[in-house]
Design a protein around this ligand. Structure first.
Ligand code: FAD
Ligand code: SF4
Length: 366
């Protein structure tokens, strides 16, 4: 998978001011496991707008990696077609019905059906037909890798938009379930995510060339679920005390890194501690009791809602990604990943998909 995606470490010359201050802070604190992040963008020239789609296709997204490979191997693609129903005959999956962007009904018959709608929509598609529901685990076991971070304001010019937005990582606390990844986002997105309003927000925007961002994901032990109301997904997730403590610790470490690198102010996503101006402020945060509702979090990695397992009583798909209760129907996406990974999941999902493809091909040639 890494070869197909062209995975390699980000070039140091493209880390920009954001990478510079994070590296300086990590070094000052004596951390040893930090450096350029592995990415799938070998031809990246650091344009810094990954959030909006790489303008030069330097990032090896599926549109320039796996989809062309599939087309060359004979796959037929129906972009924008939405599957509305899975065809099942005599208990075995045998195709799908979809609606094209032009509004036409499309029926595809197949010897194997692979559902890859992601951890939010896969359980809804299956659940609507009561497929994969026998164990009661469909739509349950949702993990999300809660994510948080902080902004540091510096006297020096950072110009975070020059360089790779997500280029630097710190793995010092991976055994605690915290993975730090440089994740500076453009001004217009940052402004929608900070807790400030009014003149303070305008001041931050106007001094944005002096601002750095660094964040982390947590290997969550909390779990949630995905259900449906009036045709819309309903996502529930209960952040437990252990994950709250991990998030608090992660924000503490990012603040330490910024102060060690020379930041004047650190903005955190913790209610009541939105602005830290010194290590004394950080010490006050450390002593405070923080609850889930004090945190302003995001999450990008839903997993586990059609989890894989040997036991049909406690899992939805078997070790070949095939539904325990519906032969010929496979779930190959983040939904089938059994638990929280603690690292960004794309490569794992793709590796499991490669393995599943081999298993399905073998089953079809039996
Ligand atoms: C902002 C953001 C940043 C991220 N950054 C990283 C990162 O740096 N590294 C990393 O490893 N991971 C990252 N991730 C996570 C990664 O993108 C996901 O974990 C991964 O894409 C999940 O793969 P999937 O196959 O489960 O689902 P998806 O990639 O979500 O694919 C599901 C597809 O199914 C389609 N679909 C849904 N319902 C239907 C239907 N009924 N009919 C037809 N099609 C349907 C959807 O349109 C979608 O294209 C990021 C995620 C986000 C949101
Ligand atoms: S920083 Fe992102 S958008 Fe820019 S060239 Fe590299 S991969 Fe593409």
């Amino acid at each position: 998978v890494e070869a197909v995606l062209g995975v390699e470490r980000a070039k140091a010359s493209l880390l920009g001011g954001n990478g510079r201050v994070i590296a300086r802070g990590c070094a000052a604190l004596g951390f040893t496991k930090h450096g350029p992040l592995k990415r799938n963008a070998p031809a990246c020239d650091g344009k810094g707008v990954c959030c909006f789609g790489c303008p030069t296709d330097a990032k090896r997204s599926t549109n320039v990696s796996y989809i062309p490979l599939a087309l060359r191997a004979g796959a037929e693609l129906f972009p924008g077609a939405k599957v509305t129903r899975i065809l099942v005959e005599r208990g075995r999956a045998c195709g799908v019905v979809a609606r094209t962007t032009a509004g036409h009904a499309l029926t595809v018959r197949a010897r194997a059906v692979v559902v890859s709608c992601g951890a939010i929509l896969t359980p809804l598609l299956l659940g609507a037909q009561r497929l994969g529901t026998r164990s009661g685990w469909l739509g349950q076991n949702l993990s999300i890798h809660p994510a948080a971070g902080a902004l540091g304001e510096f006297d020096e010019v950072i110009q975070c938009w020059n360089g790779i937005p997500q280029g630097y990582s710190l793995e010092e606390h991976a055994d605690e379930g915290i993975l730090y990844e440089g994740s500076m986002i453009p001004l217009e997105m940052t402004m929608t995510m900070v807790q400030m309003i009014g003149p303070e927000l305008v001041r931050l925007a106007e001094s944005f060339d002096h601002v750095s961002g660094f964040g982390f994901v947590v290997e969550d032990t909390s779990r949630g679920s995905v259900g449906q109301l009036l045709g819309q997904p309903v996502i529930k997730y209960w952040l437990g005390d252990g994950d709250v403590a991990r998030i608090k610790r992660g924000i503490d470490v990012v603040a330490q890194i910024y102060f060690a690198a020379g930041a004047k102010v650190v903005h955190t996503p913790i209610h009541g501690f939105d602005v830290l101006r010194s290590l004394d402020d950080l010490e006050r945060l450390r002593r405070a009791t923080i609850r889930a509702w004090d945190l302003d979090l995001t999450a990008y990695h839903p997993l586990g809602t059609a989890r894989m397992g040997r036991d049909p009583a406690s899992s939805v798909v078997n070790q070949n990604n095939e539904l325990h209760d519906t032969p010929g129907l496979y779930v190959v996406d983040g939904a089938s990943v059994p638990g929280s990974l603690g690292v960004n999941p794309q490569v794992t999902i793709m590796a499991l998909a490669t393995r599943a493809a081999e298993k399905i091909a073998a089953a079809l040639t039996e």
